[in-house]
Design a protein around this ligand. Structure first.
Ligand SMILES: [Zn+2]
Length: 276
């Protein structure tokens, strides 16, 4: 079914980004997202910025044990990150989300129970987002403005009504260390270091011990390279206009940016050269 849909999308000349954000339950599944040319300002895989700014994002939490550990580390580094939380987990540990927000991190909506929005009715998607929006507001005192669909799966139509109804920006990513496959902390670190560039949105998950283990040396190394860490909303506020023609970045490895792009593109992390 994915093949047919992909083919259809290509024929329709819609830019296609293939990305993976699986959870253990569906880790074998490939996922795709569509970055349509007509939705600049709604969807972001990365942001064109004039400085060494990046956004670290952590999905699927909060985790009772791992997220507090990560928050301690981020605090020690004075780094602000963005957490795309699962509503169910927020309901279970609202105090962790409260703490994250209090410490300056951004909280985004990652659905209530991590279903595939691309295959759901509008009402079901609405309910997933609404319940999580409410849980986040109750934990932090404010409503989120960002949403990341589970698996990066969302239709162009959903993207637009969700944006209209909730005011959300849809945040994907351009750096994916595939940490959900639990490749070991050094691999997670090396993949992030290799792929991250100014404006990157780095995906990882604060529910995997190896990811949290990888973070001290990853953050040290990113800092040593001169990167500065901001939340996703801060990164978007720093956006500068892109050159008028597509300009592949180092290594011919352009991120599937959501800014207007005339041709189909795939996120580079689908073929990580570091994959064993
Ligand atoms: Zn997720």
């Amino acid at each position: 079914m994915f093949v047919y849909r992909l083919l259809f999308i290509c024929l329709a000349s819609v830019a296609v980004a293939i990305a993976a954000d699986p959870t253990p339950a569906t880790r074998h599944t490939a996922h795709k997202t569509q970055a349509t040319p007509e939705d600049p300002g709604i969807t972001f895989n990365s942001v064109h910025v004039d400085g060494p700014y990046i956004a670290m994002t952590f999905d699927d939490g909060p985790s009772e044990t791992l997220t507090p550990k990560l928050l301690d580390l981020l605090a020690a580094h004075h780094i602000k990150a963005t957490f795309f939380v699962i509503g169910e987990n927020v309901a279970e540990h609202p105090e962790i989300v409260t703490r994250a927000a209090r410490e300056g991190h951004e909280i985004g909506n990652h659905s209530w129970s991590h279903p595939n929005f691309g295959k759901m009715s509008d009402d079901s998607v609405r309910s997933q987002l609404r319940r999580t929006d409410d849980a986040i507001r109750s934990a932090t005192g404010s409503r989120p403005t960002l949403m990341r669909p589970p698996y990066g799966s969302i239709t162009p139509r959903e993207k637009h009504w969700i944006h209209d109804e909730f005011g959300y920006r849809v945040i994907l990513w351009d750096v994916d260390p595939l940490d959900w496959k639990r490749p070991g902390p050094p691999v997670v670190r090396n993949r992030i270091l290799k792929e991250t560039q100014p404006g990157s949105i780095v995906l990882s998950h604060d529910i995997h011990p190896g990811t949290i283990e990888a973070m001290p040396s990853t953050l040290d190394a990113l800092e040593a390279k001169g990167f500065k860490f901001v939340t996703v909303s801060e990164l978007i506020r720093m956006a500068t206009p892109k050159p008028s023609h597509p300009s592949p970045q180092a290594g011919g490895n352009p991120p599937a940016s959501a800014t207007p792009s005339p041709s189909p593109s795939a996120t580079p992390m689908q073929q990580p050269s570091t994959t064993p």
